[in-house]
Design a protein around this ligand. Sequence first.
Ligand SMILES: Nc1ncnc2c1ncn2[C@@H]1O[C@H](COP(=O)(O)OP(=O)(O)OP(=O)(O)O)[C@@H](O)[C@H]1O
Ligand SMILES: [Mg+2]
Length: 313
Amino acid sequence: MDPIKNPFSPGAGSPPPELVGRDPILEQARILLGRIRQRRPEKSLLLTGLRGVGKTVLLNEIERLARAGGYHTIAIEAHEDKALGPLVAPHLRRLLFELDRIAGAGDKAKRGLRVLRSFLSALKVTYKDLTRQSAVALLIDEIQYFSQKELGALIMAMHKVQQRQLPLVLLGAGLPILPGLAGESKSYAERLFSFPEVGALSEKETAKALDEPAKAAGVTFAPQALQEVFRLTKGYPYFLQEWGYQAWNLAPTNAITLEVVQQATATVIPRLDQNFFRVRFDRLTPNEKHCLRAMAELGPGAHRTGDVAQLLG
Ligand SMILES: Nc1ncnc2c1ncn2[C@@H]1O[C@H](COP(=O)(O)OP(=O)(O)OP(=O)(O)O)[C@@H](O)[C@H]1O
Ligand SMILES: [Mg+2]
């Protein structure tokens, strides 16, 4: 079928045609944003999950929620080799100017800015006012890349923000190592943050993620085709977008059958190897590569790290 009309979106942070299975987390975000705006205490959200499960997409959706709720937002992505200060500074400067223009400041809001500024003490940013009803949402993707010092500073700043009930909320996303890193940085982190897990979709959700966008374009998936995609992807969001995308392109008619999905598999697997896995594999150290190799040799299922160590000698 026409690749130009293909609704599926395999990629990094590319919004899926149908964001399924994330209602509980979105509801948690909605409550958090509402409470912080009313100066009620609530744990900040740090989404955790493996590569390609949909953390970035979800964080972007939460940003939209925040904006719709009247929040000023700052969205950044942490990098392995970029420090937190320079990353957030331009956004913060823009925000401060923006707030500066709005008349009618409240004391609490001013204090909020002071805390923000002390968190980035190296910055020489001037600020004046903040409206009484303003609230700020700081969204940070890939938080696990911050150094321990930066993560510690961020957590400490959020601790102060919570103690003073300031209208600032942190919404972040990172790999599953994040709760451990945060706990190591500051032991009170678990009381400040909630770490909802973003994971694979159920069989029903997987079917919906494929079927709904197709239906909207007058295309149908055969039930066996949907089952096959679930069998192959186990509901893993990035993979199901890949299968949906290739199956759409390969389908000769607007009925996507089991055979079409099987045909797509032959295209998808090398694509995953060349893109998805390659990019991530190339970033590993030689020792990490040996470790992966050993895990692969042990085969599917859960293994103790001791088993891996034994295999590696
Ligand atoms: N709820 C969902 N339903 C269907 N597809 C989804 C869903 N969430 C994400 N996707 C798709 O999965 C892919 C990966 O999403 P995203 O880039 O947000 O993942 P991520 O967890 O941020 O990955 P990484 O850790 O590599 O940055 C995208 O192609 C996106 O369209
Ligand atoms: Mg991401």
